[in-house]
Design a protein around this ligand. Sequence first.
Ligand code: ADP
Length: 418
Amino acid sequence: MILGVIADDFTGATDVAGMLVQSGLRTVQVIGVPQGPAPDADAVVVALKSRTAPAAAAVRESLAALRWLRAAGARQFYFKVCSTFDSTPAGNIGPVAEALMAELDAEFAIACPAFPENGRTVFRGHLFVGDELLSDSGMRDHPLTPMRDANLVRVLQAQSRGKVGLLRYDTVAHGPAAIRERCAALRAGGVTLAVADAIDNDDLRALAEACAEQPLITAGSGVALGLPAAYASRGWLRPDASAASLPAVGGAAAVLSGSCSTATNAQVLHWLQSGRPGFRVDALALAAEAPVADEALAWARERLAAGPVMVYATSAPQDVKAVQSALGVERAGQLVERCLAQVASALADSGVRRFVVAGGETSGAVVQALGVSTLRIGVTIDPGVPWTQAEGRPLLLALKSGNFGSIDFFSKALSQVN
Ligand code: ADP
């Protein structure tokens, strides 16, 4: 194993794993910190569910993942965070990055969520989502981690003990040698974490080349696209062009959507407006202990033979806010996640073998309910979202982070596998 990745949520893990597979690294994703020996792969991604956990728990789990990956022989480590830098003032990106650095005796690491193919760019430390600053994007209304400041140096500093600095575009554009020199200067000036600007894939490749020998990289999936080439140029591996094929599994198909992002709202609407079947999960009905999961299942089972069905809790921001003020953010989230997880498990028992799941937390809950612990990574559907196979089982899963995918993502994904 060359690269050990610690991902703070499930869809983030598949996102970075897909990126590595696309660039020719044989990659396996494990759910949670494994007990046994490491699988045979160039990169192993440990998917945690730590993004919204209390900071101390996120640190504990991340360190456990690091220790397992290190014992398995990884040479470099990658803390995969969201491309919209999802976190709260209490953490978890700063506390986890600093704990990993302490364990690795690393004095310096970059932090770069840029993913230009998906419209996430960082310039002068400010994160853009498409043409908007992060703080003007739909992320300002995220149910769990609303992001209202686009200045990542400020965001990360608020979560960190050490000094946070900026690796400006002016340097990144000059390539790996300039980046290395600047990293050394920042480090000499007492900076421990530096937010790195990047506006296109060439910037990410330059960052990857410059940082391939640093113990830790904290980043979205973007920087990973440059790592296989950086490793190959050092003679550490030979990229494998056939890293991504998955078998046909047959069976029925279902979409489960618990994301309330702008993109997912549009995707759900597109699915429904094109005449496909959808069942809406009502969070308030769940709180009133109505048998919502049973109703969804009965509804789905009647329709499965005719084609894919969707069960969704996805709602517009004002509806989510109303539900959250009635139930509390955490309780609303948990009720919905538990319901969709229950539906997933029962649908699998009814013969569903291809699942498309929208939402990071939602995917985590679904994967857990399905008892999946290892995923083989396959072809990319849209930037950031590959198909995956539950290792050794006839079960395919596409786990979509809320903000990702084209408007017809759900039907497109299901048209790509049998
Ligand atoms: P994303 O990838 O868009 O962040 P997540 O699944 O990570 O999506 O987070 C969405 C959260 O919102 C989940 O905890 C989910 O259970 C919750 N949720 C989904 N639908 C609703 C709703 N209608 N009202 C309140 N919370 C909801």
